[in-house]
Design a protein around this ligand. Structure first.
Ligand code: 3EB
Length: 317
């Protein structure tokens, strides 16, 4: 199975040594930089950990990853999982719609050329995500560009994979994904309207993602749960109430996992994105009470709807 593990607090890893170890696919870095690293395998997101977990290791299989750079994308490959990351330069973020379509095009060409045409998990991080009014909001422009790219590459809504899309407070954007040779199975949450069918009020194009994607990795069934928030149907719930948003978000994830037949599976790779760093103590207490044994990373990020205070993603195995 694939693992998303946080390195212990304050550990300063020898990244070159780690990347050369068997089973290390990539290193995700939570910090202020959102630029491509000098060599493939390190993925800086531009958003800091609020709880001293600046590194996440994506582990898979037991061979040493093959890595390379194509089309301004950095890729890492172990067995049947390909990880690809691409960055959008700060100056190109002034037209996030066009830049997103271009960046997705690069990613699609790389995964197709390498024989891994099926993305099963995509992460998107961009600056100023809530800037702009109405349809001119950055997130909505991003959604238009992403939708165009899916259309360009003939990916139908039923084929959209699990995703997260968040905002950070630095410059540049990053999109990274995990892809396979065969398609995963994409799931919706009965409590939530499919995002790709959100009504017009949420933007000129709907967001292109599934609530979760499941697949077997080394024979282990795993569910990649998309960024999940306090939304029922298509409506934002509990505006201004962090505790309630946490409860509804957590219930949404539980409901989804039961729905896909993985209600008893173990969670890992839990990221809790918080709009306000001062909400850390309350969010921490919430997760400590419900999942006491679980390593959770709390990340400072803007959620794509300005009334949302928190978003949570996880890997269920
Ligand atoms: C939502 O449910 C909250 O645009 O890729 C969650 C996960 C959200 C992914 C995306 C957006 C995305 O609509 C926001």
């Amino acid at each position: 199975m694939l693992r998303q593990e946080y390195l212990p607090a304050n550990a300063v890893p020898d990244t070159a040594h780690l990347l050369a170890q068997p089973g290390v696919l990539a290193l995700v870095s939570f910090g202020d930089a959102c630029v491509a690293g000098a060599q493939p395998g390190i993925i800086p997101l531009g958003m800091p950990s609020l709880c001293d977990k600046p590194w996440e290791v994506i582990r898979y299989g037991d061979s040493i990853a093959e890595r390379g750079t194509d089309e301004h994308c950095q890729w890492s490959l172990i067995e049947d999982v390909l990880c690809v990351a691409t960055w959008i330069a700060p100056e190109d973020c002034s037209d996030i719609e066009a830049a997103t379509e271009v960046a997705y095009g690069r990613l699609f060409r790389v995964i197709q050329a390498k024989g891994f045409p099926y993305p099963f998990r995509i992460w998107n991080f961009m600056p100023d995500i809530n800037n702009g009014d109405g349809d001119r909001e950055e997130y909505k422009k991003f959604c238009v560009g992403r939708q165009r790219a899916f259309d360009d590459y003939h990916v139908a809504p039923q084929e959209y994979p699990a995703a997260s899309a968040l905002g950070h407070h630095t410059k540049g954007a990053v999109i990274y994904l995990l892809a396979g040779r065969n398609s995963g199975v994409h799931h919706e949450n009965p409590r939530q309207q499919p995002a790709y069918q959100y009504p017009r009020e949420y933007g000129p194009t709907s967001p292109s993602f599934a609530r979760a994607t499941s697949l077997a990795l080394r024979s282990k069934q795993q569910v990649f749960v998309s960024g999940t928030a306090s939304i029922i149907g298509h409506n934002t719930q509990a505006v201004g109430d962090l505790e309630q948003q946490l409860t509804i978000t957590f219930d949404n994830i539980q409901h989804l996992l039961v729905h896909v037949g993985q209600g008893e599976s173990e969670l890992s790779g839990v990221r809790v994105y918080l709009r306000h760093p001062q909400d850390l103590a309350v969010a921490r207490a919430f997760f400590a009470a419900r999942l006491p044994a679980l390593a959770v990373n709390f990340i400072h990020a803007d959620i794509c709807r300005s009334q949302l205070l928190v978003e949570v993603e996880a890997l269920a195995s």
